[in-house]
Design a protein around this ligand. Structure first.
Ligand SMILES: Nc1ncnc2c1ncn2[C@@H]1O[C@H](COP(=O)(O)OP(=O)(O)OP(=O)(O)O)[C@@H](O)[C@H]1O
Length: 269
């Protein structure tokens, strides 16, 4: 099977700063990837490249078999669903939740005069239902909690039935309940073979949903480790990437990490 996404020796430079330095990565059909690394490691830059929103300074990017630079990105965009804080900021507060999702068929935010087929509204409602926010479809987006908004954003990203789903920190800012509900919904999505290829960016191993198969671990714009998730999410690799001695546990399908030697009650009074 061919690569769905590929970075080949990609570097991105801004001024004198190398944001990505010789990064190679390939994503195949059926895979669910987590892109992990500390602040500033280059995770969002990777997402911008593979969503066709940025070109590399050197190296090549291939998106769904099409080389970036020799392809009309406008044609590729509907094939790539993205949920990110940057895109979420563009959703008007007054927009009805159903419309937030339905407008994604046309790659726009803000419903204005477009006519939608019943089929589209039915699909949007079904996606909201899958993420447990179907009962909010008539509400204004601005009235939702951040957890509810995150789920609406993922439903929106899935609306055009993309071949790739890119999720940039989908659990950021959620409380424990909100995070766990989102993890469950993403785990179900990851476990469904009809789902698109998934790439999820996070700083936290606790935010990797069950069913994710591979990981790309970045450190200061370079690849610290890449491959099957069990080979990448190890104390050695995470300690090097985050620059401190870490312990990593795996319980069933979830990971947890903490500083080595950190024990409850260890703080002196
Ligand atoms: N236009 C720019 N000019 C200079 N530096 C930039 C520019 N855009 C991004 N950077 C820097 O590139 C680095 C990588 O940014 P990126 O947003 O990809 O990291 P990240 O891993 O997503 O970080 P975070 O976890 O904090 O969101 C950061 O140090 C950032 O400051």
């Amino acid at each position: 099977m061919g690569d769905v996404l590929e970075l080949d020796a990609v570097s991105v430079r801004r001024g004198t700063k190398m944001i990505l330095d010789d990064v190679s990565w390939s994503v195949n059909e059926g895979e669910r990837w987590v892109v992990l690394g500390p602040n500033g490691a280059g995770k969002t830059t990777v997402i911008q490249l593979v969503s066709g929103r940025m070109h590399p300074t050197s190296g090549s990017v291939t998106i769904i078999g099409e080389p970036l630079g020799r392809t009309d990105v406008a044609e590729l965009r509907p094939l790539i669903g993205v949920a990110s804080a940057a895109l979420a900021h563009r959703i008007p507060d007054a927009e009805k939740v159903l419309d937030v999702v339905v407008t994604a068929s046309y790659g726009i935010t803000g419903r204005w005069r477009e006519q939608y087929e019943d089929l589209d509204t039915d699909r949007a409602q079904a996606l909201l239902d899958v993420f447990g926010v179907g009962h909010l479809s008539g509400r204004a987006y601005g009235t939702l909690s951040s957890g509810e908004r995150k789920r609406v954003q993922v439903a929106r990203a899935l609306m055009p039935d993309p071949e790739v789903l890119l999720l940039d920190e989908p659990a950021a800012g959620l409380d424990l309940g909100g995070r766990e509900e989102l993890m469950q919904a993403l785990a179900e999505l990851a476990g469904d073979r009809r789902s698109p290829v998934m790439v999820l960016v996070t700083h936290h191993v606790e935010e990797i949903p069950p069913g994710f198969t591979h990981a790309l671990l970045l450190k200061e714009g370079t690849v610290e480790a890449v491959g099957p998730i069990d080979e990448v999410i190890t104390p050695q690799h995470l300690s090097r990437a985050f620059g401190l001695d870490l312990e990593v546990e795996r319980h069933r399908d979830r990971f947890a990490a903490r500083a080595a030697g950190a024990h409850v009650g260890a703080r002196a009074h």
